[in-house]
Design a protein around this ligand. Structure first.
Ligand code: 13P
Ligand code: SF4
Length: 445
Protein backbone atom coordinates (compact mmCIF):
# COMPACT_ATOMS: atom_id res chain seq x y z
CA UNK A 1 0.00 0.00 0.00
CA UNK A 2 1.52 3.31 -1.06
CA UNK A 3 1.80 5.99 1.58
CA UNK A 4 1.16 9.47 0.39
CA UNK A 5 4.23 11.50 1.17
CA UNK A 6 3.78 13.83 4.05
CA UNK A 7 0.84 16.20 3.59
CA UNK A 8 2.06 19.10 1.52
CA UNK A 9 0.41 21.85 -0.45
CA UNK A 10 1.67 20.32 -3.67
CA UNK A 11 0.92 16.61 -3.33
CA UNK A 12 3.38 14.87 -5.56
CA UNK A 13 0.93 12.15 -6.36
CA UNK A 14 2.15 9.41 -4.14
CA UNK A 15 2.72 7.11 -7.08
CA UNK A 16 4.95 4.25 -6.05
CA UNK A 17 8.47 4.49 -7.38
CA UNK A 18 8.15 8.10 -8.41
CA UNK A 19 11.35 9.77 -7.21
CA UNK A 20 10.98 12.54 -4.71
CA UNK A 21 13.22 14.98 -3.02
CA UNK A 22 12.79 15.85 0.59
CA UNK A 23 13.96 19.14 1.95
CA UNK A 24 15.71 18.54 5.23
CA UNK A 25 14.97 22.09 6.20
CA UNK A 26 11.22 21.98 5.91
CA UNK A 27 10.59 18.26 5.31
CA UNK A 28 8.53 18.99 2.22
CA UNK A 29 8.61 16.44 -0.55
CA UNK A 30 8.79 17.46 -4.17
CA UNK A 31 8.48 15.19 -7.17
CA UNK A 32 11.66 14.88 -9.14
CA UNK A 33 11.70 17.32 -12.04
CA UNK A 34 9.54 19.94 -10.35
CA UNK A 35 10.95 23.42 -10.22
CA UNK A 36 10.18 24.21 -6.63
CA UNK A 37 8.61 22.91 -3.47
CA UNK A 38 5.56 24.26 -1.71
CA UNK A 39 7.75 26.55 0.28
CA UNK A 40 8.83 28.27 -2.91
CA UNK A 41 12.38 27.04 -2.59
CA UNK A 42 14.10 25.54 -5.56
CA UNK A 43 14.84 22.30 -3.86
CA UNK A 44 16.91 20.61 -6.43
CA UNK A 45 18.86 21.14 -9.55
CA UNK A 46 19.44 17.75 -11.02
CA UNK A 47 21.52 18.99 -13.90
CA UNK A 48 23.82 20.62 -11.37
CA UNK A 49 24.05 23.85 -13.33
CA UNK A 50 21.16 26.00 -12.21
CA UNK A 51 21.67 28.62 -9.58
CA UNK A 52 19.42 28.42 -6.60
CA UNK A 53 17.74 31.78 -6.13
CA UNK A 54 16.83 31.16 -2.50
CA UNK A 55 20.37 31.04 -1.34
CA UNK A 56 21.83 33.51 -3.78
CA UNK A 57 25.09 31.97 -2.74
CA UNK A 58 26.24 30.28 -5.87
CA UNK A 59 24.79 27.05 -4.58
CA UNK A 60 24.08 24.84 -7.53
CA UNK A 61 23.48 21.67 -5.66
CA UNK A 62 20.47 20.75 -3.61
CA UNK A 63 20.73 21.64 0.02
CA UNK A 64 19.06 18.35 0.51
CA UNK A 65 20.19 15.51 -1.62
CA UNK A 66 17.71 12.92 -0.45
CA UNK A 67 15.61 11.28 -3.12
CA UNK A 68 12.62 9.42 -1.83
CA UNK A 69 11.90 6.76 -4.39
CA UNK A 70 8.98 5.19 -2.69
CA UNK A 71 7.17 5.04 0.61
CA UNK A 72 4.89 2.13 1.16
CA UNK A 73 3.44 -0.28 3.69
CA UNK A 74 3.42 -4.00 3.09
CA UNK A 75 0.15 -4.22 4.99
CA UNK A 76 -2.25 -1.81 6.67
CA UNK A 77 -0.59 -2.43 10.00
CA UNK A 78 3.00 -2.73 8.81
CA UNK A 79 5.70 -0.15 9.31
CA UNK A 80 6.27 2.49 6.66
CA UNK A 81 9.11 1.42 4.41
CA UNK A 82 11.13 4.08 2.72
CA UNK A 83 13.17 3.43 -0.35
CA UNK A 84 15.47 6.33 -1.03
CA UNK A 85 18.75 7.48 -2.46
CA UNK A 86 21.10 10.31 -1.69
CA UNK A 87 22.75 12.77 -3.99
CA UNK A 88 26.44 13.19 -3.55
CA UNK A 89 26.69 16.55 -1.76
CA UNK A 90 29.79 17.41 -3.76
CA UNK A 91 28.71 16.55 -7.28
CA UNK A 92 24.93 16.68 -6.97
CA UNK A 93 24.88 13.27 -8.67
CA UNK A 94 23.03 10.38 -7.22
CA UNK A 95 24.86 7.88 -5.14
CA UNK A 96 23.98 4.69 -3.37
CA UNK A 97 22.73 5.11 0.11
CA UNK A 98 24.79 3.88 2.96
CA UNK A 99 23.03 2.26 5.88
CA UNK A 100 23.75 5.43 7.83
CA UNK A 101 22.16 7.62 5.18
CA UNK A 102 19.08 5.42 5.18
CA UNK A 103 18.93 5.81 8.91
CA UNK A 104 19.10 9.57 8.56
CA UNK A 105 16.26 9.64 6.10
CA UNK A 106 14.24 7.42 8.38
CA UNK A 107 14.89 9.79 11.26
CA UNK A 108 13.92 12.82 9.17
CA UNK A 109 10.75 11.23 8.01
CA UNK A 110 9.88 10.13 11.52
CA UNK A 111 10.33 13.72 12.61
CA UNK A 112 8.29 15.00 9.69
CA UNK A 113 5.54 12.53 10.41
CA UNK A 114 5.49 13.54 14.04
CA UNK A 115 6.39 10.08 15.24
CA UNK A 116 7.08 9.56 18.91
CA UNK A 117 10.45 10.72 20.05
CA UNK A 118 12.61 8.45 22.22
CA UNK A 119 11.30 7.59 25.66
CA UNK A 120 13.23 8.71 28.74
CA UNK A 121 14.41 5.13 29.28
CA UNK A 122 15.70 4.90 25.73
CA UNK A 123 17.56 8.19 26.13
CA UNK A 124 19.12 7.00 29.35
CA UNK A 125 20.16 3.77 27.67
CA UNK A 126 21.97 5.68 24.91
CA UNK A 127 23.52 8.17 27.29
CA UNK A 128 25.00 5.44 29.49
CA UNK A 129 26.35 3.42 26.54
CA UNK A 130 27.91 6.55 25.03
CA UNK A 131 29.62 7.40 28.32
CA UNK A 132 31.08 3.89 28.56
CA UNK A 133 32.29 3.91 24.98
CA UNK A 134 33.86 7.36 25.26
CA UNK A 135 35.96 6.08 28.14
CA UNK A 136 36.80 2.80 26.51
CA UNK A 137 37.98 4.53 23.33
CA UNK A 138 39.83 7.41 24.99
CA UNK A 139 37.48 9.73 23.15
CA UNK A 140 36.09 13.14 23.98
CA UNK A 141 33.05 14.97 22.60
CA UNK A 142 33.45 18.41 21.06
CA UNK A 143 30.00 19.88 20.48
CA UNK A 144 28.67 23.14 19.06
CA UNK A 145 26.06 25.31 20.80
CA UNK A 146 23.60 24.58 17.99
CA UNK A 147 23.42 20.85 18.57
CA UNK A 148 20.44 19.45 20.42
CA UNK A 149 20.41 19.93 24.21
CA UNK A 150 20.91 16.25 24.94
CA UNK A 151 24.13 16.24 22.89
CA UNK A 152 25.39 19.39 24.62
CA UNK A 153 24.57 17.96 28.05
CA UNK A 154 26.37 14.73 27.25
CA UNK A 155 29.49 16.54 26.03
CA UNK A 156 29.56 18.55 29.25
CA UNK A 157 28.96 15.59 31.55
CA UNK A 158 31.74 13.56 29.94
CA UNK A 159 34.48 16.18 30.16
CA UNK A 160 34.12 17.36 26.58
CA UNK A 161 33.28 20.86 25.47
CA UNK A 162 30.32 22.80 24.17
CA UNK A 163 31.54 25.90 22.42
CA UNK A 164 31.61 28.18 19.40
CA UNK A 165 33.58 27.16 16.36
CA UNK A 166 36.79 28.91 17.46
CA UNK A 167 36.84 27.27 20.87
CA UNK A 168 35.92 23.88 19.39
CA UNK A 169 39.02 24.10 17.21
CA UNK A 170 41.20 25.01 20.18
CA UNK A 171 39.76 22.44 22.53
CA UNK A 172 40.17 19.57 20.06
CA UNK A 173 43.79 20.53 19.44
CA UNK A 174 44.71 20.84 23.10
CA UNK A 175 42.81 17.92 24.62
CA UNK A 176 44.95 14.83 25.31
CA UNK A 177 42.35 12.25 24.18
CA UNK A 178 43.39 10.39 21.07
CA UNK A 179 39.91 10.38 19.52
CA UNK A 180 37.58 13.33 18.97
CA UNK A 181 33.85 12.98 18.41
CA UNK A 182 32.88 16.26 16.76
CA UNK A 183 29.16 16.95 17.10
CA UNK A 184 28.60 19.81 14.74
CA UNK A 185 28.98 20.16 11.01
CA UNK A 186 31.54 18.88 8.55
CA UNK A 187 33.85 21.90 8.50
CA UNK A 188 34.24 21.61 12.27
CA UNK A 189 35.32 17.98 11.95
CA UNK A 190 37.76 18.87 9.17
CA UNK A 191 39.22 21.73 11.17
CA UNK A 192 39.72 19.39 14.14
CA UNK A 193 41.50 16.85 11.93
CA UNK A 194 43.75 19.47 10.31
CA UNK A 195 44.77 20.82 13.70
CA UNK A 196 45.24 17.34 15.21
CA UNK A 197 46.37 15.05 12.40
CA UNK A 198 47.55 12.43 14.90
CA UNK A 199 44.04 12.02 16.35
CA UNK A 200 41.17 10.04 14.93
CA UNK A 201 38.25 12.38 14.34
CA UNK A 202 34.72 11.05 13.93
CA UNK A 203 31.39 12.75 13.52
CA UNK A 204 27.99 11.23 14.30
CA UNK A 205 27.37 11.72 10.59
CA UNK A 206 29.46 13.13 7.78
CA UNK A 207 26.20 14.16 6.10
CA UNK A 208 26.05 17.18 8.40
CA UNK A 209 27.26 20.04 6.28
CA UNK A 210 26.60 23.78 6.06
CA UNK A 211 25.04 25.95 3.35
CA UNK A 212 28.04 28.30 3.49
CA UNK A 213 30.43 25.43 2.83
CA UNK A 214 28.27 23.95 0.05
CA UNK A 215 27.83 27.40 -1.51
CA UNK A 216 31.56 27.96 -1.91
CA UNK A 217 33.02 25.24 -4.13
CA UNK A 218 36.79 25.27 -4.28
CA UNK A 219 37.12 25.57 -8.07
CA UNK A 220 34.79 28.56 -8.34
CA UNK A 221 36.36 30.15 -5.32
CA UNK A 222 39.87 29.72 -6.76
CA UNK A 223 38.73 31.44 -9.97
CA UNK A 224 37.27 34.30 -7.92
CA UNK A 225 40.58 34.69 -6.05
CA UNK A 226 42.51 34.69 -9.30
CA UNK A 227 40.42 37.61 -10.54
CA UNK A 228 41.54 39.63 -7.50
CA UNK A 229 45.20 38.83 -6.90
CA UNK A 230 45.72 42.13 -5.06
CA UNK A 231 43.40 41.13 -2.19
CA UNK A 232 44.16 39.31 1.04
CA UNK A 233 41.94 36.22 1.12
CA UNK A 234 40.05 35.81 4.38
CA UNK A 235 37.69 32.87 4.69
CA UNK A 236 35.19 32.07 7.36
CA UNK A 237 35.74 28.80 9.23
CA UNK A 238 32.51 27.53 7.61
CA UNK A 239 34.35 26.33 4.50
CA UNK A 240 35.94 23.14 3.20
CA UNK A 241 39.59 22.28 3.81
CA UNK A 242 40.25 22.99 0.12
CA UNK A 243 38.90 26.54 0.38
CA UNK A 244 40.88 27.14 3.57
CA UNK A 245 44.01 25.90 1.80
CA UNK A 246 43.48 28.72 -0.75
CA UNK A 247 43.22 31.41 1.96
CA UNK A 248 45.65 33.74 3.72
CA UNK A 249 43.53 33.79 6.87
CA UNK A 250 40.74 31.75 8.40
CA UNK A 251 38.44 33.56 10.80
CA UNK A 252 35.38 32.86 12.93
CA UNK A 253 32.66 35.36 13.77
CA UNK A 254 34.11 35.90 17.26
CA UNK A 255 37.25 37.61 15.90
CA UNK A 256 36.15 38.73 12.43
CA UNK A 257 35.80 42.46 13.12
CA UNK A 258 39.15 42.66 14.92
CA UNK A 259 40.99 40.76 12.19
CA UNK A 260 39.60 42.89 9.36
CA UNK A 261 40.41 46.03 11.36
CA UNK A 262 43.98 44.76 11.79
CA UNK A 263 44.39 43.96 8.08
CA UNK A 264 42.82 47.27 7.09
CA UNK A 265 45.32 49.13 9.27
CA UNK A 266 48.09 47.33 7.39
CA UNK A 267 46.59 48.79 4.19
CA UNK A 268 45.31 45.46 2.89
CA UNK A 269 42.23 45.06 0.71
CA UNK A 270 40.13 42.02 1.58
CA UNK A 271 38.49 39.26 -0.41
CA UNK A 272 35.95 37.74 1.97
CA UNK A 273 34.09 34.42 1.71
CA UNK A 274 31.64 32.89 1.93
CA UNK A 275 29.04 34.66 4.12
CA UNK A 276 27.86 37.88 2.52
CA UNK A 277 26.04 39.10 5.63
CA UNK A 278 29.00 38.67 7.95
CA UNK A 279 31.19 40.21 5.22
CA UNK A 280 28.91 43.23 4.96
CA UNK A 281 28.83 43.53 8.74
CA UNK A 282 32.63 43.61 9.10
CA UNK A 283 32.89 46.04 6.19
CA UNK A 284 30.38 48.29 7.88
CA UNK A 285 32.07 48.08 11.29
CA UNK A 286 35.62 48.67 10.05
CA UNK A 287 35.24 50.74 6.88
CA UNK A 288 37.71 48.34 5.22
CA UNK A 289 37.66 47.55 1.50
CA UNK A 290 35.92 44.16 1.60
CA UNK A 291 34.84 42.32 -1.54
CA UNK A 292 32.36 39.55 -0.65
CA UNK A 293 31.50 36.15 -2.05
CA UNK A 294 27.73 35.87 -2.02
CA UNK A 295 27.10 32.92 0.29
CA UNK A 296 24.54 32.76 3.05
CA UNK A 297 23.42 30.67 5.98
CA UNK A 298 20.00 29.16 5.35
CA UNK A 299 19.12 29.44 9.03
CA UNK A 300 20.11 33.04 9.79
CA UNK A 301 18.85 34.38 6.46
CA UNK A 302 15.33 33.62 7.61
CA UNK A 303 15.22 36.09 10.49
CA UNK A 304 12.88 38.99 9.79
CA UNK A 305 13.45 42.54 11.01
CA UNK A 306 9.73 43.31 10.96
CA UNK A 307 9.02 40.25 13.08
CA UNK A 308 11.70 41.23 15.59
CA UNK A 309 10.27 44.75 15.81
CA UNK A 310 6.76 43.41 16.39
CA UNK A 311 8.07 41.15 19.13
CA UNK A 312 9.96 44.03 20.65
CA UNK A 313 6.73 46.03 20.81
CA UNK A 314 5.25 43.25 22.94
CA UNK A 315 8.38 42.98 25.10
CA UNK A 316 9.71 46.54 25.26
CA UNK A 317 12.29 45.65 27.93
CA UNK A 318 13.84 42.88 25.86
CA UNK A 319 17.34 43.12 24.43
CA UNK A 320 17.84 41.86 20.87
CA UNK A 321 20.80 39.51 20.34
CA UNK A 322 21.78 38.80 16.74
CA UNK A 323 24.37 36.56 15.07
CA UNK A 324 26.08 38.48 12.22
CA UNK A 325 25.14 35.84 9.64
CA UNK A 326 21.67 37.45 9.80
CA UNK A 327 20.51 39.99 7.18
CA UNK A 328 21.63 43.62 7.59
CA UNK A 329 18.08 44.74 8.45
CA UNK A 330 18.09 42.43 11.49
CA UNK A 331 21.65 43.35 12.48
CA UNK A 332 20.60 47.03 12.35
CA UNK A 333 18.07 46.61 15.16
CA UNK A 334 20.27 44.48 17.42
CA UNK A 335 21.41 45.54 20.87
CA UNK A 336 24.31 43.08 20.58
CA UNK A 337 25.75 41.49 17.43
CA UNK A 338 28.19 38.65 18.00
CA UNK A 339 29.31 35.07 17.68
CA UNK A 340 27.51 32.38 19.63
CA UNK A 341 29.81 32.73 22.64
CA UNK A 342 29.51 36.53 22.58
CA UNK A 343 25.72 36.30 22.53
CA UNK A 344 25.76 33.89 25.47
CA UNK A 345 28.03 36.27 27.37
CA UNK A 346 25.67 39.17 26.63
CA UNK A 347 22.69 37.13 27.79
CA UNK A 348 24.34 36.50 31.14
CA UNK A 349 25.87 39.94 31.68
CA UNK A 350 23.18 42.34 30.44
CA UNK A 351 20.68 43.51 33.06
CA UNK A 352 17.61 42.77 30.90
CA UNK A 353 15.42 39.91 32.00
CA UNK A 354 14.13 39.11 28.51
CA UNK A 355 16.04 38.54 25.26
CA UNK A 356 14.94 38.15 21.66
CA UNK A 357 17.55 35.90 20.08
CA UNK A 358 18.27 35.75 16.35
CA UNK A 359 20.39 32.66 16.01
CA UNK A 360 19.94 28.90 16.02
CA UNK A 361 17.72 27.89 18.90
CA UNK A 362 20.21 25.25 20.09
CA UNK A 363 21.88 28.15 21.89
CA UNK A 364 18.94 28.45 24.29
CA UNK A 365 20.20 25.43 26.21
CA UNK A 366 23.37 27.22 27.31
CA UNK A 367 21.67 30.60 27.81
CA UNK A 368 19.01 29.08 30.01
CA UNK A 369 21.61 27.06 31.93
CA UNK A 370 23.69 30.16 32.69
CA UNK A 371 20.78 32.53 33.29
CA UNK A 372 17.87 30.39 34.49
CA UNK A 373 15.92 33.39 35.78
CA UNK A 374 15.85 35.08 32.37
CA UNK A 375 13.47 34.62 29.45
CA UNK A 376 14.74 33.87 25.96
CA UNK A 377 12.48 34.27 22.95
CA UNK A 378 13.19 33.03 19.43
CA UNK A 379 13.37 35.80 16.85
CA UNK A 380 10.69 35.16 14.23
CA UNK A 381 11.53 33.43 10.99
CA UNK A 382 8.04 32.96 9.59
CA UNK A 383 5.63 35.53 8.19
CA UNK A 384 5.91 37.67 5.10
CA UNK A 385 8.98 36.83 3.06
CA UNK A 386 9.53 33.46 4.74
CA UNK A 387 10.68 30.84 2.29
CA UNK A 388 9.56 27.74 4.11
CA UNK A 389 8.53 26.35 7.44
CA UNK A 390 11.51 27.93 9.06
CA UNK A 391 12.43 26.89 12.52
CA UNK A 392 15.65 28.70 13.49
CA UNK A 393 17.36 25.36 13.75
CA UNK A 394 20.14 24.22 11.48
CA UNK A 395 19.05 20.98 9.80
CA UNK A 396 22.63 19.77 9.64
CA UNK A 397 23.37 20.44 13.30
CA UNK A 398 20.16 18.55 14.08
CA UNK A 399 21.62 15.42 12.48
CA UNK A 400 23.82 14.87 15.54
CA UNK A 401 21.83 12.52 17.72
CA UNK A 402 22.25 9.93 20.44
CA UNK A 403 21.73 6.99 18.10
CA UNK A 404 24.35 7.89 15.52
CA UNK A 405 26.82 9.02 18.20
CA UNK A 406 26.61 5.60 19.84
CA UNK A 407 26.78 3.78 16.51
CA UNK A 408 30.01 5.57 15.62
CA UNK A 409 31.55 4.81 19.01
CA UNK A 410 30.56 1.15 18.88
CA UNK A 411 32.24 0.46 15.58
CA UNK A 412 36.04 0.42 15.40
CA UNK A 413 35.85 2.31 12.12
CA UNK A 414 33.10 4.61 13.25
CA UNK A 415 30.60 3.31 10.68
CA UNK A 416 32.63 5.10 8.01
CA UNK A 417 32.05 8.49 9.65
CA UNK A 418 35.72 9.26 10.16
CA UNK A 419 37.20 12.51 8.87
CA UNK A 420 40.21 12.22 6.57
CA UNK A 421 41.88 15.24 5.02
CA UNK A 422 44.42 14.94 2.26
CA UNK A 423 47.78 15.61 3.97
CA UNK A 424 48.94 18.16 1.40
CA UNK A 425 45.65 20.05 1.66
CA UNK A 426 45.82 19.83 5.45
CA UNK A 427 49.35 21.23 5.48
CA UNK A 428 48.27 24.23 3.40
CA UNK A 429 45.03 24.78 5.35
CA UNK A 430 46.98 24.63 8.61
CA UNK A 431 48.78 27.91 7.78
CA UNK A 432 45.72 30.22 7.81
CA UNK A 433 44.16 28.19 10.64
CA UNK A 434 47.23 28.66 12.81
CA UNK A 435 47.15 32.38 12.03
CA UNK A 436 43.54 32.43 13.23
CA UNK A 437 44.41 30.70 16.50
CA UNK A 438 47.40 32.97 17.12
CA UNK A 439 45.38 36.08 16.33
CA UNK A 440 42.61 34.91 18.66
CA UNK A 441 45.18 34.32 21.38
CA UNK A 442 46.62 37.81 20.91
CA UNK A 443 43.12 39.18 21.58
CA UNK A 444 42.87 36.92 24.65
CA UNK A 445 39.81 35.24 23.15
P1 13P B 1 30.11 30.52 15.76
O1 13P B 1 31.49 30.65 15.22
O2 13P B 1 29.56 31.79 16.28
O3 13P B 1 30.02 29.39 16.72
O4 13P B 1 29.15 30.18 14.52
C1 13P B 1 29.27 29.03 13.77
C2 13P B 1 28.12 28.89 12.88
O5 13P B 1 28.01 27.96 12.13
C3 13P B 1 27.10 29.91 12.93
O6 13P B 1 26.02 29.58 12.12
FE1 SF4 C 1 26.07 26.56 8.43
FE2 SF4 C 1 24.08 28.15 9.10
FE3 SF4 C 1 24.10 25.63 9.97
FE4 SF4 C 1 25.85 27.45 10.95
S1 SF4 C 1 23.62 27.46 11.19
S2 SF4 C 1 26.29 25.37 10.31
S3 SF4 C 1 26.23 28.68 9.11
S4 SF4 C 1 23.92 26.31 7.83
Amino acid sequence: MAVTPRAVAHPPGGTPFQPYFICIKCFILSPEGSESGACGVLHHTLDGTRRDPLFGCGMIRPPVGINILDRHRDSDEGPIRTDCRLSDPHTGRRCDMSAQAKELVRAHLAHADGEQEMTLEQREFYRERIKEKLQARDAVMVAHYYTDPEIQALAEETGGCVADSLEMARFGKEHPANTLIVAGVRFMGETAKILSPEKRVFMPTLEATCSLDIGCPEDEFAAFCEQHPDRTVVVYANTSAAVKARADWVVTSSIAVELIEYLDQRGEKILWAPDQHLGAYVRDKTGADVLCWDGACIVHEEFKARGVEELKAVHPGAAVLVHPESPASVVAIADVVGSTSQLIKAATEMPNDTFIVATDKGIFYKMQQLAPEKTFIEAPTAGSGATCRSCAHCPWMAMNGLENTLAVLQDENGCGQEIFVDPDLARRAMVPLDRMLDFGKSLKR
